[in-house]
Design a protein around this ligand. Structure first.
Ligand code: NAD
Length: 284
């Protein structure tokens, strides 16, 4: 795909969008980032620059490569201009179904009919996002992980109406970005979020039952199972509110095993959201 794909449009310059733009530019693609917020675009650019600078400092990239990558990214707020001539479009706007559907509909109307459309949603149904499109067969889930330049996985989600050719193009895109893909069916929580919150929720229930301290529950997984980080510390990093929202969604869609532990709900109500609020299962 690297020979044929030259243009990538990324919607959203936030945490995920700017990281996706960076890896695409580093892979040699011409990137257009579209975000209506000028402040978000400036922050996104600063984020890309800081990340590339760190790679130069670690001698993973030359200063010339950094400058070339920065030069391949354009920033703007116009949807039509962003998708002009795009081969791949990735949306990384906030996790709200209406917002994503509306944006994808506009992209579907304005982007070249041959463009692959990808959504970075962490939990929403690709089938549902695609339902309003003229051509839902070209929509796939392209679920990147945070921080995008560091995390190796790309979870590719196949909606009910996603074409096999779109999955093949997504696999080629992953390869061009140096990511390792997995392909999953469009089921709630895909593979990653479903397993991730299952472990996190069980760890919280164990804490509720006084099985061990938060530190020791985390240590059990870190030292006993070689997880780089225990499930409670990871919940603090992801955000307790984010994990609660995923659990509530999976509880509705999959069943009882995903009922959120009362302790998690209480902590969210108390504003203990993890690292971003200064306190979760740990003090930050
Ligand atoms: P974020 O809030 O950091 O960034 C979202 C950006 O989208 C903001 O800059 C906002 O201005 C912009 N935006 C809003 N409406 C827009 C529109 N119509 N067009 C273009 N841009 C628009 O959010 P994020 O954390 O980067 O998450 C984005 C998506 O990625 C969500 O679907 C989320 O579930 C998913 N995701 C997040 C993570 C994570 O760790 N943060 C990991 C995997 C997937």
């Amino acid at each position: 795909m690297s020979e044929t794909t030259t243009r990538v449009a990324v919607f959203g310059a936030g945490t995920m969008g700017h990281g996706i733009a960076q890896v695409c530019a580093a892979a040699g693609f011409a990137v257009q980032v579209c975000d209506p917020s000028e402040a978000a675009r400036e922050k996104g650019l600063a984020g890309v620059r800081a990340s590339l600078d760190r790679m130069v400092a670690k001698a993973k990239l030359s200063a010339e490569q950094r400058d070339a990558a920065l030069g391949r990214i354009g920033w703007g707020g116009d949807v039509g201009a962003a998708v002009d001539g795009a081969d791949v479009v990735v949306e990384a706007v906030p996790e709200r179904v209406e917002l994503k559907r509306e944006l994808l509909q506009r992209v579907d109307a304005l982007a070249p009919a041959t463009a692959l459309l990808g959504s970075n949603t962490s939990s929403l149904s690709i089938t549902e996002l695609g339902a309003a499109l003229r051509d839902p067969s070209r929509l796939v889930g392209l679920h990147f992980f945070n921080p995008v330049p560091v995390m190796e996985l790309l979870e590719i989600v196949r909606g009910v109406r996603t074409a096999e050719a779109a999955v093949d193009r997504a696999l080629a895109f992953a390869a061009a970005l140096g990511k390792t893909p997995i392909v999953v069916r469009d089921m709630p929580g895909f593979a990653t979020s479903r397993l991730g919150v299952a472990l996190g929720a069980e760890a919280i229930r164990m804490l509720e039952q006084g099985v061990a301290s938060a530190e020791d529950i985390d240590r059990a997984m870190e030292l006993g199972y070689r997880h780089p980080m225990g499930p409670l510390r990871l919940t603090d990093l992801v955000g307790l509110d984010v994990r609660l929202a995923i659990l509530d969604h999976l509880h509705r869609e999959v069943g009882e095993q995903f009922r959120a532990p009362p302790l998690l709900r209480q902590m969210v109500r108390a504003g203990k959201l993890g690292k971003k609020s200064g306190e979760g299962f740990y003090k930050w």
